[in-house]
Write a protein that binds this ligand. Structure first.
Ligand code: HEC
Length: 229
């Protein structure tokens, strides 16, 4: 085999490698599955306002706690994602979704002239259920996860802070915004219960009176319990 012949083999080999790599790269590009944004959300959720809550339990931070540090101005920005389908102003039209003026504490599935999905109507129990903070929080975390079969084509916002900002903004879409829930009632540190069962209020830490080792007999009026925070 002379050298020009073996050069040909080398060239042929290199060409094959090159083609194989090109195909590999372009098929990566063509068939690449974009990673769902949700992964990023999960990580970001842990930067939420409640340090004590378990990082593995994303829905565990009570909305009352989240709302305490929420900012409606930031939420207005988040609302841009909803605006394709929802108006937020007074007298706003229904678009793909019903208008969201005064949505906080509004009975579910009751906007005139909007045709709700069967799933939403069923969930609303004929308008008995209202869009309180709790429902909004869970619904907006995962619309289809919370109301299976809803027609709302929005993937959900898993970022606690962002969602709280958004809900704070929704609250502002009213002549008479609903009162904010009181964060004390939420007992954030105890929110490690399963998410569905999150009734944080009944998990109030028993405020164990700080019993002094040595009884102090001369202080009958000393306040035995100080709020822990
Ligand atoms: C792709 C369109 C679309 C997007 C984006 C969208 N929604 Fe919706 N939304 C809908 C539809 C459709 C419904 C009615 C759902 C049904 O009947 O099941 C709905 C219903 C709702 C309801 C219930 C209203 C009621 O009257 O009971 C709320 C609250 C809501 N959306 C909030 C939001 C918020 C907040 C966002 C942004 C984070 C958002 N939606 C994004 C389409 C959308």
């Amino acid at each position: 085999m002379n050298s020009s012949q073996s050069n040909k083999y080398i060239m042929a080999f290199l060409a094959t490698v090159f083609i194989a790599m090109t195909i590999g790269i372009s098929s990566d590009a063509i068939f690449s599955t974009p990673h769902p944004e949700a992964e990023g959300y999960v990580i970001a959720a842990s930067e939420g306002g409640a340090p004590a809550a378990g990082k593995e339990a994303p829905a565990a931070v009570p909305i009352a706690t989240l709302l305490a540090s929420a900012d409606p101005a930031r939420g207005q920005n988040v609302f841009k994602r909803c605006a394709a389908c929802h108006t937020g102003e007074k007298g706003g039209a229904n678009k793909v979704g019903p208008h969201l003026w005064d949505v906080v504490n509004r009975p579910m599935a009751t906007v005139e002239g909007f045709s709700y999905s069967a799933a939403m109507k069923e969930f609303s129990q004929g308008g008995k259920e209202v869009w309180d903070y709790e429902h909004l929080n869970k619904f907006l975390t995962s619309p289809k996860g919370y109301i299976k079969g809803t027609a709302m084509g929005f993937a959900g916002d898993k970022k606690d802070n962002e969602r709280a900002d958004l809900i704070a903004y929704l609250r502002s879409l009213s002549d008479n915004p609903a009162p904010l829930p009181s964060p004390e009632a939420a007992a954030p540190a105890e929110a490690t219960k399963p998410a569905e069962e999150a009734k944080p209020a009944d998990e109030k830490p028993a405020e164990a009176p700080v019993a002094p080792e040595t009884p102090a007999p001369a202080a009958p009026e000393a306040p035995a319990t100080q709020p822990a925070n």
